[in-house]
Design a binder for this molecule. Structure first.
Ligand SMILES: [Zn+2]
Length: 454
């Protein structure tokens, strides 16, 4: 047997060492690829506070122009997409979530804005959630050159340009992110369908407070961080009208949901985007509702600020409790690793017949846009109208996902959609709705089906 020389032993040690280091590097590079998030996201925010006095949205009795600004209005954008890694299912797929501090996209402005955005960025219909927080202390949008106020026409055109700019900015700053979700609860919203009796003992449903009525108290929160842990966004979904201020108020404000966004950004840092989405809140008002103004008497906390701060604090509590899962761990345990899927449908919903709740002629069938998407195991349902809270709760209860954002005033503005059983009681939302009683069930069934098929 030939003896190995000291030189040969040294050579073997070097070869084995080099091989081991190589193997280690190769494995760790595979591991680091494994644990790298496949998800990318970008965020951006732009100020959309009116620079001139404007007609305000939400109350037909309010005819004058706005006077002054209490707090700024913003449009916030979160864009999800995939990394260009080979085999990544998100390659090319995008999801653009837009939250605006406005009442909604009424009078044809949803179709108008959507078309411009879809064309500009070559998006599929299902990849855009254009939504509003439903503040009643903001401008009304109009593209009607005959009837629209010049300042509102100008505002709407300027908004279109700003939305394009802010979405482009969010798309341009995309990078790897990790996301997680959590659930908090808030008593800020209250069912507003109050049973009242007149002097003859006749009952009717009036707008007020109904502590016995269903109220969805969930505050859904998504936390988004860079891989190094830096916070970049908080998304939250809560079911309440932004109507702490009423028709006598002429001051611009984001109201409860807008003030909650501003509070969260103040606490988490101004470079963190806090985008609010209005949940199913057709029959939910803030606890203090339709007040004439910000009450500035010494010692008093104005109600919109009080309620906005209360909601904002719950968002921050929930946000801080969310532990971001390590993507490799999340994938192994079925969290999906951040894949994006989306679907879009326009439902043709039956109109309310003539004999239903004191209307004089049949309402024609009305189209309703329904959008569903998921990012990993977090789902989003966008509804192009104002659904009552029972409908959102039914969708969430039947959703196959633990966290399902129901986003109303999204991709359309078809008015109130009440659940069938409330047509017997009547009341404001039922009277103003153009939908037949069976329409709500169609929306729930379709939304749940879309979620299951994502
Ligand atoms: Zn409303």
């Amino acid at each position: 047997m030939r003896k190995l020389s000291v030189f040969s032993i040294k050579r073997i040690i070097i070869i084995v060492t080099v091989f081991t280091i190589g193997l280690f590097l190769a494995t760790s590079s595979i591991q680091s690829k494994e644990s790298r998030s496949v998800l990318q996201a970008g965020t951006a925010k732009v100020d959309i506070t009116p620079k001139k006095p404007v007609k305000m949205a939400g109350y037909s009795s309010r005819t004058g122009l706005s006077k002054g600004v209490h707090d700024p209005l913003s449009a916030r954008v979160v864009v999800f997409g995939g990394t260009p890694l080979r085999g990544n299912p998100n390659n090319g797929k995008r999801l653009v979530l837009v939250s605006t501090d406005l009442i909604g996209f009424y009078d044809g402005t949803a179709e108008y804005m959507r078309k411009v955005i879809l064309d500009e960025f070559q998006l599929e219909q299902s990849e855009l959630f254009l939504s509003a927080i439903h503040t009643h202390a903001g401008p009304s949008l109009t593209i009607n050159k005959e009837k629209g106020h010049p300042n509102n026409l100008e505002y709407t055109e300027r908004l279109k340009v700003k939305l394009i700019e802010v979405i482009r900015k969010a798309l341009s700053n995309m990078g790897p992110v990790n996301i997680g979700a959590g659930i908090g609860y808030s008593p800020v919203g209250m069912n507003r369908r109050e049973l009242k009796f007149d002097s003859s003992g006749n009952s009717s449903i009036r707008l007020g407070r109904n502590p016995y009525g269903p109220t969805d108290k969930e505050v859904l929160v998504v936390k988004m961080t860079k891989p190094n842990g830096r916070l970049i966004a908080a998304l939250f979904d809560y079911a309440s009208h932004a109507t702490c201020l009423g028709g006598k108020n002429y001051t611009i404000s984001g109201d409860v949901l807008g003030l909650a966004e501003q509070f969260v950004e103040k606490i988490l840092g101004e470079d963190v985007i806090a985008a609010a989405f209005a949940g199913a809140s057709g029959n939910i008002d803030p606890w203090f509702r339709v007040l004439p103004a910000f009450n500035n008497e010494p010692g008093w906390i104005p109600e919109p600020v009080l309620l906005g701060t209360m909601l904002g604090e719950e968002v921050v509590h929930t946000f801080r409790d969310i532990e971001i899962p390590v993507p490799a761990f999340a994938r192994k345990h079925g969290d999906g690793g951040g894949e994006i899927a989306s679907a879009f449908v326009t439902l043709e919903l039956p109109g309310k017949p003539r004999n239903e709740t004191a209307i004089e002629k049949d309402c024609p069938p009305t189209p309703l846009n329904l959008t569903a998407a998921r990012v990993g195991d977090i789902a989003f349902v966008g509804i192009g109208c104002e659904v009552l809270t029972e409908i959102g709760m039914a969708i969430k209860a039947a959703s196959p996902y633990k966290h399902t954002f129901v986003i109303t005033h999204c991709n359309g503005a078809a008015g109130y959609l009440p659940p069938e059983h409330l047509y017997i009681e009547g009341g404001y939302e039922i009277k103003s709705s153009r939908f037949a009683p069976q329409a709500a069930d169609m929306v729930v069934k379709n939304a749940v089906k879309m979620l299951h098929e994502l």
